[in-house]
Design a protein around this ligand. Structure first.
Ligand SMILES: NC(=O)C1=CN([C@@H]2O[C@H](COP(=O)(O)OP(=O)(O)OC[C@H]3O[C@@H](n4cnc5c(N)ncnc54)[C@H](O)[C@@H]3O)[C@@H](O)[C@H]2O)[C@@H](O)CC1
Length: 450
């Protein structure tokens, strides 16, 4: 058993169907899985318990409840008082939520919701077995809007996507994992991103070795967005970073606070990585046809995505680009516009939405939000577990787009999916601070990552 986050390596994720298959095969040679699971729960409970009160174990009708029953036996053997039932005992030292796990198939009943409320109100830390009850393992959504908010979750046998995306992070608390001694024997459904080292810099390299980025955006009043993207690309290590602001007098500096940044245009920089759309407004629609047809690698963000959503011709041009050459970084509302769905439908199943959008537009899609999803045709989808609410701040998306451009400039042979996975995870890690992070400070934190 181990604490899972932050991850030190990329880890396999298995959806409900895959977890069931793995479990069924494992049971043929290891019939004592529930005994192992219950023991792991009891061990963690001993470590998490606060005070001498009883451990309240709420057990449901299935094997999740079975895990809870085994944990109750083990704790009793260890002379720990336990209370098994759906109502809270007096002053519990810990709650073990073993009501519903992988078998959740409908919204929790009113009776179950009362147990959820009692867990929240009793004052003891809550340890969820496998999944917080009510959380859908494949999507990270609370069934019917009701799920336990745990302080700790011990995932068993496999890691499920819903622990990490959608509402998962908000419901799981600190995540622990015990594989019960079983090595998964099939390909993962998705993967959880681990850290990727920054591109190496040869001792003999010069700025021409590290590529060019062209940031196109920054309509009047929104030039800060394009400048943040450009600063991020520069901090990432791109050799030369140019900005083409949509409405800036010819003699004005690209960015008075960053003299390293230069003005440039598509005509002058046909091999640059394009970072397009940050603060661009509707005017970017006129520039996009040439950018889509000419730049070999493109990161499309914000208003570029909105333009694509409203102009079918831009969608056709996007689809015509070679595979692996475009990253799209929509937040859920932008993804919803691109898919012609509402935001709720996107959030209800973020993995599927990202995959659908990737297939629809022939690009690598980074669906932003808690547990960003990265999806590309022919690649296993990835979920980013790094990051947190400090990133919910103006400009953090511009910084991500610029950072992706900076990474790609330095790794011209990498495909869009590889760049997106590396950049999204780094962005998340840099954003793991208490409170709020200003986008400018986020760039400094990214630059300091190894
Ligand atoms: N079978 C095994 O060997 C192992 C099972 N494990 C545990 O078993 C769990 C999966 O067990 P199950 O497949 O029995 O599934 P669950 O224990 O999650 O529950 C399934 C039962 O709950 C009912 N149910 C579903 N949604 C409900 C709702 N909203 N309100 C009320 N009842 C609802 C179902 O009708 C079914 O009776 C895992 O999450 C894990 O905790 C682990 O111990 C690993 C090993």
């Amino acid at each position: 058993m181990r604490l899972l986050l932050p991850t030190t390596a990329t880890l396999p994720l298995f959806d409900v169907a895959a977890s069931r298959r793995i479990e069924a095969r494992a049971l043929t040679h290891s019939p004592d899985l529930m005994a192992r699971a219950g023991l792991a729960v009891a061990k963690l409970a001993l470590a998490l318990r606060r005070g001498d009160g009883p451990v309240w174990i709420a057990c449901g009708p299935g094997n999740n409840g079975g895990d809870g029953q085994v944990a109750a036996q083990r704790l009793t053997e260890a002379a720990v008082p336990v209370h098994v039932g759906h109502d809270a005992p007096h002053r519990p030292s810990l709650v073990i939520d073993a009501l519903l796990g992988l078998g959740l198939n409908r919204a929790p009943s009113t009776e179950m919701q009362l147990s959820f409320a009692a867990m929240a109100a009793c004052g003891a830390p809550v340890l969820a077995v496998d999944l917080p009850s009510g959380l859908l393992a494949d999507t990270g959504q609370a069934a019917g809007g009701h799920a336990v908010r745990a302080d700790h979750t011990l995932a068993l046998l496999t890691l499920k996507p819903g622990l990490f995306t959608g509402e998962g992070r908000a419901h799981c608390g600190r995540l622990w994992f015990d594989d019960l001694g079983i090595a998964p024997d099939e390909a993962p459904s998705a993967e959880l991103l681990g850290p990727t080292p920054r591109p190496a810099r040869r001792a003999t390299s010069h700025k021409g070795s590290h590529g060019q980025v062209l940031v196109v955006g920054g309509a009047p009043g929104m030039q800060g967005a394009a400048r943040l993207a450009a600063r991020a690309a520069l901090a990432c290590g791109a050799g030369r970073v140019y900005v083409d602001l949509l409405d800036l007098p010819a003699d004005e500096l690209a960015d008075a606070g960053r003299p390293e940044l230069m003005r440039g245009t598509l005509g002058e920089l046909p091999q640059a990585v394009g970072v397009v759309g940050c603060g661009a407004g509707a005017a970017i629609a006129d520039q996009l046809p040439a950018l889509l047809q000419q730049l070999p690698r493109l990161v499309l963000d914000a208003d570029a995505l909105n333009a694509v959503a409203t102009h079918p011709r831009l969608q056709d041009l996007l689809r015509a680009r070679p595979a692996g050459t475009t990253v799209l970084t929509p937040h859920p509302l932008e993804a919803a516009r691109l898919l012609g769905r509402d935001t709720g439908a996107v959030q209800a199943d973020r993995l599927t939405a990202a995959r659908d959008l990737s297939a629809h537009l022939n690009g690598c899609v980074v669906l932003k939000g808690s547990g960003s999803v990265i999806a590309s045709a022919g690649a296993r989808p990835a979920i980013c577990a790094s990051g947190g609410p400090a990133l919910a701040t103006a400009g953090s998306g511009d910084v991500l787009a610029g950072w992706l451009g900076g990474l790609w400039a330095q790794q011209p042979d990498a495909d869009a999916h590889t760049i997106a996975c590396a950049g999204v995870d780094a962005h998340g890690r840099a954003g793991e601070v208490d409170g709020v992070l200003r986008a400018g400070d986020l760039i400094e934190r990214l630059a300091a990552l190894r």
